[in-house]
Design a protein around this ligand. Structure first.
Ligand SMILES: O=C(O)CCC(=O)C(=O)O
Ligand SMILES: [Fe+2]
Length: 296
């Protein structure tokens, strides 16, 4: 079975055209992958650690640990030049305007594309325009930048174990080196090719809740059998802290009864990396499902 591809070229859900947005993202990716990321990861570890991880797991710098040969950093609200300047000044106390400009331009371009995808998905499910607008207004964006060394376990070649993302949608951009694999319906893993200009949109737990289960979260992992170093960038959108994610009213009716209670991102993201949650097959359902796992 091949991955289902939806060709969105020519689809214009209002505003600037899809093709123009896609071309702008592709152009801004070149400087990002060829200059900005290698420069960032070449910084001493003390500098990267200034990207603090004090608001729950995966919200700042992650260094090599537990046999995993990886590093990653987070830039919150990356389409906002002032926020990116804050990050840049932390990394390079003398400033680095070129890095800042590259990140902001990439984030602004990909933000447009991601908004279109979110809108298309919700429109496709029959959500009214005003509810879509209100939902999108509750989101903020966050970029996670990864640098993976060659796989430590050359037999499996897995560099990031299987998981669901805890946000609404992540746009994943790979560059030349393969890695992203998604779990498809028949239980197989399918690689998303690292082709130039290809962006994978991955649904997370928050979209599962907002769509009342209509869009399942995508189970995915990173595996690099070619044994090379790899960079990737994730542009994610998630609900703002303090604003719970609720199933959209338009997606709850007699045929589709309410499946989830409101989900608070900051509570969920802390709990789901706990010992207890890691053992569960469906932590989201356990955390906020109206019916708990194993209860009929
Ligand atoms: O590096 C990738 O392609 C995906 C990373 C990922 O799945 C994550 O950070 O949640
Ligand atoms: Fe992920």
């Amino acid at each position: 079975m091949e991955l289902t591809k939806v060709d969105l070229r020519g689809v214009e859900p209002g505003g600037p055209g899809w093709e123009a947005a896609r071309a702008a993202v592709t152009a801004s990716m070149v400087a990002l992958f060829t200059r900005a990321l290698p420069e960032l990861f070449a910084l001493p570890i003390e500098a990267k650690k200034r990207n603090l991880n004090n608001r729950g797991q995966f919200r700042g710098y992650i260094g090599p640990s537990g046999g995993m040969n990886w590093e990653s950093l987070v830039v919150e609200e990356s389409a906002d030049a002032a926020r990116v300047r804050g990050f840049t000044d932390l990394m390079w106390p003398d400033g680095n305007p070129e890095f800042c400009e590259t990140m902001v331009s990439f984030a602004k371009n990909i933000l447009k594309l991601e908004e279109m995808v979110e809108t298309l998905v919700l429109e496709g499910l029959g959500v009214r325009g005003e509810s879509i607008g209100a939902q999108l207004d509750m989101l903020i964006d966050v970029i996670r930048i990864w640098h993976y060394g060659a796989p430590a376990d050359t037999e499996t070649a897995v560099t990031l174990p299987p998981h669901y993302d805890d946000i609404m949608v992540n746009a994943i951009v790979q560059h030349e080196v393969e890695g992203l694999e998604v779990h498809v319906g028949d239980g197989r893993w399918v690689a998303v090719p690292a082709e130039p200009g290809t962006i994978a949109f991955v649904a997370g737990d928050q979209l599962r809740v907002a769509t009342n289960g209509r869009v399942p979260a995508c189970y995915h992992r990173v595996r690099t059998p070619s044994n090379r170093d790899r960079f990737s960038v994730l542009f994610g959108r998630r609900q703002k802290d303090g604003v719970p994610v609720r199933p959209l009213d338009d997606l709850v009716d007699a045929e589709h009864p309410l499946l989830y209670n409101p989900l608070r991102h900051e509570e969920y993201s802390k709990w789901r990396f706990s010992e207890e949650a890691r053992k569960l097959e469906d932590p989201l359902k356990e955390f906020c499902g109206v019916e708990k796992v194993g209860v009929c």
